[in-house]
Design a protein. Structure first.
Length: 103
């Protein structure tokens, strides 16, 4: 299992401009084989920071994701963004256990 976690800091207004492209990316990625969880969010304490959280079955699934057509489309939209900082990392993990709520 592979966990991807990170953030992208952008200039004011960039996340709003990218909203539709990000939603399309999320919707298409969640259909991919090997995608367990995929989401972007806005940091509450930093409204110009997009948080990234992904879980993949394995490295092969993540590698296939990088080749998906919707990834290229989103990267094109993101290429025009005014990004001021970024950090995205991968971690290997064992299947988790529920701490609260539903499985």
């Amino acid at each position: 299992m592979i966990i991807v976690e990170g953030w992208v800091r952008m200039e004011a207004g960039e996340l709003d401009r990218l909203h539709d492209a990000a939603v399309a990316m999320i919707e298409e990625t969640r259909k991919e084989s090997g995608c367990i969880s995929y989401s972007y969010g806005r940091a509450l304490e930093e409204p110009d920071v997009m948080r990234i959280a992904e879980i993949w079955e394995d490295q092969d699934a993540l590698n296939a994701h990088f080749q998906a057509p919707h990834m290229a489309t989103f990267n094109q939209a993101l290429s025009g963004a005014k990004i001021t900082g970024v950090s995205v990392k991968t971690y290997t993990a064992e299947p988790g256990r529920t701490l609260m709520g539903e499985d």
